[in-house]
Design a protein. Structure first.
Length: 76
């Protein structure tokens, strides 16, 4: 099986070392696997899309703004 190297800052490394029972390589592998699966789903959903990257960014911005408004309203 191939290996990769992941760099973390000193603080994160110290915090990880407080949990020697955790297999951090496995945690990293699972996180990468989940991210790849998400990207593959997104690629499948957008394969035949005619939206440009700019269009997608604009839609994402509107979604984020709407979500922030809802959180603000619930917090008030």
């Amino acid at each position: 099986m191939p290996s990769i190297t992941v760099n973390v800052d000193d603080d994160l490394k110290d915090r990880m070392e407080k949990h020697p029972e955790i297999n951090w390589s496995e945690v990293t592998r699972q996180a990468i696997q989940e991210k790849i699966e998400t990207l593959e789903v997104m690629e499948e959903l957008t394969r035949e899309s005619e939206l440009t990257e700019s269009d997608v960014e604009e839609i994402a911005q509107k979604i984020n703004e709407s979500g922030r408004k809802r959180v603000d309203e619930k917090s008030a």
